[in-house]
Design a protein around this ligand. Structure first.
Ligand SMILES: Cc1cc2nc3c(=O)[nH]c(=O)nc-3n(C[C@H](O)[C@H](O)[C@H](O)COP(=O)(O)OP(=O)(O)OC[C@H]3O[C@@H](n4cnc5c(N)ncnc54)[C@H](O)[C@@H]3O)c2cc1C
Length: 397
């Protein structure tokens, strides 16, 4: 019998997880990636909840753990750097999780797990899709034509192929801008995630990494969308907004100015009534971007590859449509849980005034007290479920 063939568009966490699991389930796999080569960049992501088990079933738990960023704790600091509160990080899924890893290192581990017969085409982008009765035909910008049984779109939050094929994409702008970047490490940097809040809804974060550098984040609420601006315009905007923010803001601005790894995210949730149509389905941020505010984007992306392959390998499922519906109904509660943000969370996370900041600091004090710490710990739990992962039928190695 001919092997079923999947074309996957996007080679980050979601796309590579789909490639890993469908290849193990016996499919022939072709991956298209818009970037000219494997994308190494990106900052801290974590593996939580059910994704830990998926990683274990991939045989990659130890490999990802070995890439740990070395972070041991998360603290909230004042302008002079002194600690005003410590977020709970005991257990596997605290503010600093057991599996903290840089996005590029994580993606590389999954990439390295793929056998050589998984085909990659870089600098490729889908231009046209014909969803036929018994196959899907993909035509790329370079003129390549691929026939497959299934097309999986894993192109991230700004997916163009999703927008080409699905009408009902809702984008909820959370009004928060986050800029991530790599800056030189100094002797004062330690193994803690240090988090500073300033008035006008500004945050400055410094986190250790395992590459001898420091990972920084500038984040603010109520900002205009700068994700589409060129680098000089982004830097001018940041300088204007953060120059007087205090603590290490100026150091971060100087570091970003020369960093080649700056990633701008205008936090946008993607909500869709369905993630599949015909022989096309979506995975990861392209389907349900939860944003770092919800947390767990990488965990959900990893889990989606497993659940999709399990649904497609289920001998009880008669049609492709049934399998894709099963995939969707397994994933949706996990996504809904993370996308449902507590009311007013933006005001709590990004206070504008001195009074707002003082209230926030008071609440932090209460939330991190021994009495309320269990409640605070719940806030960082994502991708959690009581349901067992669906069984998967894989080919003998
Ligand atoms: C370079 C990079 C840096 C990141 N840095 C951070 C970070 O610092 N902090 C954070 O919280 N999250 C970051 N993310 C996002 C994070 O990886 C995701 O939120 C999460 O892991 C879900 O992954 P995903 O595979 O669904 O989407 P993504 O990780 O966004 O991956 C999408 C992939 O699809 C490719 N792609 C996009 N459009 C097309 C197209 N039309 N055709 C073919 N390929 C396409 C992209 O190049 C990318 O490789 C980053 C993503 C990338 C790609």
């Amino acid at each position: 019998m001919d092997r079923r063939h999947v074309v996957i568009s996007g080679a980050s966490i979601a796309g590579l997880s789909v490639a890993h699991w469908l290849r193990r389930a016996g499919w022939a796999v072709t991956v298209l990636e818009r970037a000219p080569e494997f994308r190494d960049g990106g900052q801290n992501v974590d593996v939580r909840g059910v994704a830990r088990e998926v990683l274990d079933r991939m045989g990659l738990f130890d490999a990802v753990k070995a890439q740990n960023t070395t972070e041991t704790a998360t603290v909230l600091v004042r302008g002079d750097g002194s600690v005003r509160a410590t977020l709970p990080s005991d257990g596997t899924d605290g503010a600093t999780a057991e599996l903290e890893v840089l996005r590029g290192d994580f993606a590389r581990v999954v990439l390295d797990s793929l056998p050589a017969d998984v085909t990659f085409h870089h600098a490729e982008q889908i231009e046209h899709v014909d969803d036929l009765a018994d196959s899907v035909r993909v035509t790329t910008r370079s003129g390549r034509t691929l026939d497959a049984d299934l097309l999986v779109i894993a192109e991230g939050v700004r997916s163009t192929t999703r927008d080409l094929l699905f009408d009902d994409v809702r984008r909820d702008d959370l009004g928060v801008t986050m800029v991530f970047g790599t800056i030189p490490r100094t002797d004062a940097d330690d193994d803690r995630w240090r988090w500073y809040n300033a008035v006008r809804g500004r945050q400055v974060h410094l986190r250790p990494d395992n590459h001898g550098t420091t990972r920084a984040i500038l984040a603010h609420g109520r900002g205009e969308d700068i994700a589409g601006l060129d680098r000089d315009a982004v830097m001018a905007h940041l300088r204007d907004r953060y120059d007087d923010a205090g603590w290490e803001a100026r150091r971060v601005l100087d570091g970003f100015a020369t960093s080649d790894d700056v990633y701008v995210d205008q936090l946008t949730q993607i909500r869709m009534p369905t993630w599949h149509r015909g022989r096309v389905c979506l995975a990861g941020d392209a389907a349900w971007c939860v944003t770092p505010m919800g947390g767990g984007g990488a965990s959900l992306a990893l889990t989606s590859g497993y659940v999709l392959a399990a649904s497609l390998s289920d001998p009880e499922t008669r049609t492709l449509d049934d399998a894709l519906a099963a995939y969707e109904s397994w994933m949706r509660p996990l996504v809904d849980d993370v996308q449902h943000l507590p009311r007013g969370i933006q005001y709590f996370a990004y206070p504008q005034s001195r009074l707002g900041l003082a209230i926030r600091e008071g609440l932090d004090h209460v939330l991190t007290s021994p009495l309320f710490a269990p409640l605070a710990a719940r806030l960082t739990r994502v991708a959690e479920t009581d349901r067992p992962l669906p069984p998967i039928v894989v080919d003998a190695p």
